[in-house]
Design a protein around this ligand. Structure first.
Ligand SMILES: Cc1cc2nc3c(=O)[nH]c(=O)nc-3n(C[C@H](O)[C@H](O)[C@H](O)COP(=O)(O)O)c2cc1C
Length: 333
């Protein structure tokens, strides 16, 4: 194991439609390596006891409230307070405000990364929240919506408030998930914050992590996203843990995940869709991503899916750190 004092915090980023409470719980049990996890965003919190907050996604019996941070997509201080009050009541210590979602139907309504060009609105909602904050508030944002320098206007606003943390996905909203994360821009601005922000974007291997950490030694929290979906061992390996027979561990995890999802819903096809979405990342960590995707993608029953997975584990080899391959422009999928 590496010396713990030298290792920053690592968190698993939220993915709408993939990192549900079942995924998160099993992820921690099978792979570990993460200090914190975030829920995919909640929205439309019209009352403190809104119906969409009542299910398993936040329930303290189904989640470890000491390491999970509930996330909200909002541009309304009163709505954030309703969400925070609900979360505080059931044991959470922090909520996270999503200012990163890039999708036009969200951004058009000045939400997610669409909030970033509106410093006055951001100031207003933070002011409202911090008048009487029930729990800690952190922000996940991008460098800007149109341009990566929009953040410059936001830093003085962020610095006025006792934010627990700012996590920056080093892209613009307009980029969606394309191109590469702008690490230079992050490094240029990071010391202007009253507390050095957390870094997120394009960490797909142990080597990339080590390189990045050397470039930004005072960053004490790295959020990993697609890299961890593609290689769920990555965070634990960054921390120096070793695994024997990773393919067997992964297979067991996938079986447990599918089983638990099927047990929780009457909609088997929803569970199948979620498994396929995960495979769209995982495949990159095998030696034959193109064929794997051909096999998995067309499955439309539980049986064809299970057979396809058996074939993958029988015929393909687990390589790990797969999203690095995907991010190579010469790689054809
Ligand atoms: C399908 C999909 C769903 C996502 N859902 C959320 C979300 O609900 N909340 C959020 O803050 N980020 C969300 N993200 C962004 C990721 O958490 C992460 O910030 C992004 O992938 C960049 O990190 P990476 O380069 O390590 O993948 C989503 C990304 C994708 C591709």
């Amino acid at each position: 194991m590496k010396d713990k004092s030298l290792i920053p915090q690592i968190s698993l980023g939220p993915f709408q439609g993939i990192t549900d409470h079942i995924y998160r719980t099993l992820f921690v049990a099978y792979f570990g390596g993460v200090d914190k996890l975030y829920t995919p965003f909640f929205t439309a919190i019209h009352k403190t006891d809104a119906k969409n907050l009542q299910g398993a996604e936040l329930h303290p019996d189904k989640n470890d409230t000491s390491i999970l941070v509930p996330q909200i997509l909002s541009n309304d201080g009163a709505e954030m307070l309703r969400f925070a009050n609900f979360c505080a009541r059931i044991g959470y210590k922090e909520i996270n405000l999503n200012m990163g979602c890039p999708f036009p139907r969200v951004a058009r309504k000045k939400r997610g990364s669409g909030l970033l060009p509106f410093p006055d609105l951001i100031d207003k909602i933070l002011f409202e929240y911090f008048e009487n904050p029930p729990i800690k508030l952190s922000i996940k944002c991008r460098l800007g919506y149109q341009e990566s320098n929009e953040i410059n206007e936001l830093i003085p606003i962020f610095n006025q408030y006792p934010l627990h943390e700012v996590i920056i996905h080093a892209r613009t909203g307009k980029q969606i998930y394309k191109g590469i994360a702008n690490q230079i821009a992050f490094i240029t601005i990071k010391n202007q914050f009253s507390k050095v922000p957390a870094y997120n974007g394009d960490i797909f291997s142990n080597e990339q992590f080590n390189h990045l950490q050397a470039l930004m030694p005072n960053v004490d929290h790295f959020m990993l996203g697609r890299g961890l979906l593609a290689d769920p061992f990555l965070a634990a390996e960054i921390k120096g843990q070793t695994f024997i027979n990773k393919a067997a561990i992964l297979r067991e995890f996938l079986e447990a995940l599918f089983e638990a999802r099927l047990n929780e819903t009457n909609y088997a096809l929803t569970s199948l869709g979620r498994m396929k979405e995960l495979w769209s990342y995982l495949r990159w960590s095998f030696d034959d991503p193109v064929n794997i995707w051909r096999l998995i993608r067309k499955t439309n029953t539980l049986e064809t899916y299970k057979n396809a997975v058996s074939k993958v584990f029988a015929e393909s080899e687990w390589k790990g750190a797969g999203f690095t391959q995907k991010s190579n422009p010469d790689y054809i999928s």
